[in-house]
Write a protein that binds this ligand. Structure first.
Ligand code: Q9C
Ligand code: ZN
Length: 334
């Protein structure tokens, strides 16, 4: 299995997040990636495929915002990292906003996702990592791992959130379509619903989105990931959400996985992209499922039984001491 990673992804260090009314140490640390690297051994550095593949998902205005947000924040005399304080819930529309605070609200949906000095570079190279993995999977018709950081699945076409800035899985899916693949399936097995990925492909019939996650009735991101969200227009029936209660362990997880895999098999995908989060681990500090390290090998083997070329894209997972072993166990299934 070829493994891809770019060291520039370590330059992102969000520091703090606003959570439950207080500044707390940010969970999405560079040390997560170092722990994974230690467990999986050497990786390949992606080539630079430029901004073109990112622009298949994200509009130029959003990329322009991301690139300069931290510098704009500093130019406004602000301390720390860029974060919003007001959000356009009603009738959000394209506006040529100049104030950094206005732009932060326009292009984000939470206060958990600060923009630091290294954020753009890290996110850019994380996306390049996903693109290198797709190309390798398509060329050899086998499975690859994109060690993306920061994660991507909460980020929509033109908004950041949930520790995510560029949607690596969506960028990978669009690259596969651009390379001539007709149908791409995305299976999201992070603890949290992949609301950004769902939103990007909600009206698409050629990109199936299937997600197993904590019930949004109790867990972030609350507003999306409910079972009655099934897609719209040409995408009606091409979104499948399988929410599970807090406390879920392997015995309840596996039947949901079987349902997800049946849907993917019926879809007839040419390529599978797995948004993999290890925050379903029993010891995860911000999540509430009960999967064990060894369970990840079984889950991955179930997924691999689809016999599809598969790109595993790294999403969440915050139990840093167990993260390397959890990722290695998952990859062993391929
Ligand atoms: N107490 C990913 O796993 N805050 N993002 C949750 C829980 C946001 C997680 C707070 C969690 C985002 C990629
Ligand atoms: Zn997550």
């Amino acid at each position: 299995m070829r493994l891809f990673f770019d060291p520039r992804q370590l330059e992102h260090d969000p520091g703090q997040e606003l959570h439950n009314g207080a500044w707390t140490a940010h969970s999405e640390l560079p040390g997560r990636t170092r722990a994974i690297l230690e467990a999986i051994g050497s990786t390949e550095t992606p080539q630079d495929r430029g901004e073109g593949p990112l622009l298949r998902v994200h509009p130029p205005s959003y990329l322009a915002f991301l690139k300069t947000a931290h510098a704009d924040w500093q130019a406004a005399g602000r301390p720390g990292n860029a974060i919003g304080y007001t959000w356009p819930v009603a009738r959000r529309r394209p506006l040529n906003l100049s104030r950094i605070d206005a732009k932060l609200g326009q292009y984000s949906y939470d206060a958990a996702t600060p923009i630091a000095s290294g954020t753009w570079s890290a996110a850019y190279w994380g996306a390049q990592t996903a693109l290198a993995a797709v190309d390798a999977s398509l060329a050899a018709e086998n499975s690859t791992f994109a060690l993306c950081r920061p994660p991507g699945h909460h980020c929509g076409a033109d908004y950041l959130g949930g520790y995510c800035y560029l949607n690596n899985a969506a960028i990978a899916a669009e690259a596969a379509i651009a390379a001539g693949k007709r149908r791409v399936a995305i299976l999201d097995v992070d603890y949290h619903h992949g609301n950004g990925t769902q939103d990007i492909f909600y009206d698409r019939g050629d990109i199936l989105f299937v997600s197993i996650h904590a019930d949004p009735a109790t867990d972030y991101p609350f507003y999306w990931g409910h079972g009655d969200e099934t897609g719209e227009g040409a995408g009606e029936g091409f979104t499948l959400n399988l929410p599970l209660p807090q406390g879920t362990g392997l015995s309840a997880y596996r039947p949901a996985l079987a349902t997800a895999l049946d849907r993917i098999a019926a879809f007839g995908a040419d390529l599978l992209i797995v948004s993999y989060g290890a925050d379903t681990f029993v010891g995860d500090p911000i999540s509430h499922f009960a999967l064990e390290t060894a369970d990840y090998a079984l889950i991955a083997r179930d997924i691999a039984s689809l016999r599809l070329p598969t790109v595993v894209v790294m999403e969440g997972g915050y139990a840093v001491d167990a993260l390397g072993a959890n990722v290695a166990a998952f990859l062993s299934g391929f």
